[in-house]
Ligand binder design. Structure first.
Ligand code: TXA
Ligand code: MG
Length: 351
């Protein structure tokens, strides 16, 4: 299959920019498109065959449910069996935006889309390209991140092309995404609202609307512990991971950088290809090594925006060992460290 890449200018979207993409979606085909978080691989959420195509294109296990993207809050009542007051309050405050809710599904949402669960994940994205595509197509768009399963999520159309070229008919290229990490997921199906995946919307922000919201234990774990099973099936898989072995170092920054330098040098001396994941403040402290900065240590948003692209760059370089610093867990820093720890398979060294 030939994959066409269609550039759009998100500042000046035209009515007919999405005519072909919308038609493909209505016909049950797949289209990758930008959202404010990461690129999504979209298909008609109510068409089980379209969902099956999504799993096939990504090489994703079919028990890992998809997020259904909507362009109008009223879609909640069409997709969810009961919409609790808490859901309307969250929607009012955070939609459109990088927040996904889990609710009990109605029968029109096929099992193929929810991985057989009786719940459905719903999000109303704020990116104008995503919003317009949903409106133009007239379908709800099921969209996981548009990476091949297991790889870091795509933050540019090039990343999508790298993973899915030849597997899908179209990629809409709207440039780099703004946020760079996937949405915050809140499960509203239990007694207590639970954050299943941290994202740009922090738990502190959620608490302003839902004071009792809590983290799923799997979100805050810092060790590989098989007894803590994530409630979001997708958070159980090895994920976001570069091909090389990533280890992250935590503690006093001077000691961290000294240790990273020593460990990286030792592997390089053995002939391995080595890379360092650093910050603006530390990048010049390393010598004789391949170093990439993901941003300033107090600029969590910058770190979030550059993390996945940097992990992909390490893959392209063929890095076999990657040594990285921990980042402050302020604001979106929580989500950054969640992804980084998963990418590292919880190989965290305290120094
Ligand atoms: O920002 C995002 O959320 C992006 C963009 C494209 O919207 N999408 C995204 O989708 O990250 P995906 O499929 O890569 O991640 C969806 C996560 C998975 O961990 C999945 O297990 C979880 O959401 N999920 C989906 N439906 C669920 C459900 N009914 N119950 C629990 N977890 C669910
Ligand atoms: Mg994903």
């Amino acid at each position: 299959m030939e994959t066409r890449v269609i550039p759009v200018d998100r500042e000046h979207l035209q009515e007919n920019d999405f005519a072909e993409a919308a038609k493909l979606l209505r016909e049950g085909e797949l289209v990758a498109f930008p959202t404010e978080t990461v690129y999504g691989l979209g298909g008609d959420a109510l068409d089980p065959d379209a969902s099956r195509k999504i799993y096939a294109a990504k090489g994703r296990p079919s028990d890992n449910p998809l997020i259904v993207h909507i362009a109008d809050v009223n879609a909640l009542t069409e997709l969810a069996q009961e919409v609790p007051e808490k859901a309307w309050e969250l929607a009012e405050r955070f939609w459109p935006g990088p927040m996904t809710m889990i609710l009990r599904k109605k029968a029109i949402v096929p099992d193929a889309t929810t991985g057989g669960l009786d719940t459905v994940a719903i999000r109303m994205p704020s990116d104008p390209v995503a919003a317009m595509l949903i409106r133009e197509s007239g379908v709800y768009i099921a969209a996981p991140s548009a990476n091949a399963s297991g790889r870091p999520s795509p933050t540019t159309a090039d990343h999508v092309y790298e993973d899915l070229n030849g597997r899908i008919p179209m990629i809409i290229d709207g440039g780099s995404v703004v946020i760079g990490l996937e949405s915050t997921i809140v499960d509203l199906t239990g007694e207590t609202p639970m954050v299943l995946r941290p994202g740009y919307i922090t738990i502190e922000q959620l608490r302003e609307v839902l004071p009792d919201v809590a983290y799923d234990p799997a979100v805050i774990k810092r060790v590989k512990d098989e007894t803590i099973v994530a409630k979001a099936p997708g958070m159980r898989y090895r994920h976001y991971a570069p091909k090389g072995e990533l280890t992250i170092f935590e503690g006093d920054l001077d000691r961290v950088t000294a240790r990273v330098q020593a460990e990286a040098e030792a592997k390089a001396a053995m002939g391995f290809s080595v890379a360092v994941l650093a910050s603006e403040e530390t990048k010049d402290r390393y010598h004789g090594l391949t170093v990439r900065s993901v941003g300033g240590r107090d600029e969590e948003a910058s770190v979030a925006a550059h993390l996945f692209a940097t992990l992909r760059e390490f893959d392209r370089m063929g890095a076999e060992y990657i040594f990285g610093e921990c980042f402050p867990e302020e604001g979106v820093g929580q989500a950054v460290m969640n992804r980084l720890m998963k990418a590292a398979g919880y190989r965290i060294v305290k120094v």
